[in-house]
Design a protein around this ligand. Structure first.
Ligand code: NI
Length: 388
């Protein structure tokens, strides 16, 4: 049997929860109905220790095993928020909220963790405590950090923490993971370049901000190709370029660029900021313009600890899931990284089959993956805290 039998029986029920969440997506920290649904379900499973309002709208619940002599506490995490995308998946349970969609499968993650919770509350076949973490605002709002900042790890004594994310392109029934860096850090920058606006026919009376900003974009691309060790992974993208000129015969006075730096190497995060500032400020100066850089640090590198990655692989294999235990890292970022900065743990990819990529309006979560995700969470708890 490739999964825990109980989850095969529960698949219809968990799918119904997932589709309910899918029809009612909520953004960022505004996951009020979702968090209420989670609490309601947990209480119906007989889980009494449920705390809302952690990290604004996150929910933390505790399920104790039949015994609690091991002193072990394992955290399991799911994200609850949706994306500002207008759904075009064609499913009959599509979002009822125009412009908001569960396009990253967090509805699936939440339903899976609820499924695991129902099983764990029924069986309690372990010696210790499972702490279930339902977090808001994964999509750019650092909800995971907000929960950590509320003292979650200390308050519930969490010792290890595990999470999963569905992965389009990976067949259903397969998982993928690796020890060490799995997903990149993400830092954002804004650059304001100020030259001297003027008449397009009199460039000598101006400082052409468009030209200066263009040079800055080109020079920024020398950072990855010339400053970064070629065997390390860093990507820099300038995503927006706008000036205050709206006419073909006007030289812009000011330009604004926005971009992002992603890396799998934490030491390059601070280094990249220094390099970007140096290139921007000195390039602007070379043309007699000025520039300022506003840097905002976002999610850290998602780093799986070695030992816990081993536990994650063992648990998956124990329930018959085939695991690629050395999958290549990817450059999107993930705010489970904050939890992994505080505690050892592991993040694993759950095969979602052949669908549009996450964050695409045609993305569809595959409900066949539900019993696999539930089995993995439950098996982790039972293996890490064996029943007496
Ligand atoms: Ni996601």
């Amino acid at each position: 049997m490739p999964i825990k039998n109980r989850f095969a029986e529960m698949q219809g029920e968990v799918t119904a929860w997932r589709r309910h969440l899918h029809e009612n997506p909520e953004l960022m920290y505004e996951v009020h109905q979702t968090a209420a649904f989670v609490q309601e379900q947990l209480k119906s499973f007989g889980v009494t220790d449920v705390t809302p309002g952690i990290g604004k709208t996150g929910v933390v619940a505790v399920i104790e095993g039949k015994t609690n002599t091991s002193g072990r506490v394992i955290g399991l995490r799911a994200d609850m928020d949706a994306l500002p995308i207008h759904e075009a998946s064609g499913v009959d349970y599509a979002s009822k909220t125009p412009g908001v969609m569960h396009a990253c499968g967090h509805d699936g993650h939440t339903a899976i963790l609820l499924g695991a919770a129902k099983y764990l509350a029924e069986t309690r076949n372990f010696d210790g405590k499972a702490v279930l973490i339902f977090q808001p605002a994964e999509e750019g709002g650092a909800g995971g950090k907000a929960m950590c900042d509320d003292g979650m790890m200390e308050r519930w004594g969490i010792q290890e923490v595990y999470g999963l994310h569905n992965m389009p392109g990976l067949p259903v029934g397969e998982f993928a993971i690796r020890p060490g860096p799995l997903m990149a850090s993400s830092d954002e920058f804004e650059i304001i370049v100020t030259g001297k606006g003027g008449h397009a026919a009199a460039p000598h009376d101006s400082i052409d901000t468009t030209l200066v900003a263009s040079q800055i974009v080109v020079s920024l691309h020398s950072i990855v190709s010339r400053n970064v060790d070629p065997i390390k992974r860093v990507v820099l993208t300038v995503g927006t370029f706008e000036t205050d000129s709206t006419a073909s015969n006007v030289i812009a006075h000011q330009a604004r660029l926005q971009g992002t730096v992603r890396t799998l190497d934490p030491e390059y995060r601070t280094q990249a900021e220094t390099w970007v500032r140096r290139v921007v400020e000195n390039t602007a100066e070379a043309f007699g313009a000025s520039a300022e850089v506003n840097w905002s640090s976002s999610y850290p590198v998602t780093i799986n600890s070695e030992t816990e990655t081993g536990y994650a692989v063992e648990a998956a294999e124990a329930v018959g899931i085939s695991v690629d235990a050395d999958t290549p890292p990817i450059m999107p970022s993930e705010d489970f990284s904050y939890m992994l900065e505080e505690r050892p743990g592991a993040y694993i990819f759950l095969g979602n089959g052949d669908t549009a990529m996450c964050h695409h309006p045609a993305y569809v979560f595959d409900d066949e993956a539900i019993p696999l995700g539930c089995s993995w969470f439950a098996e982790l708890v039972e293996r890490r805290m064996p029943a007496k």
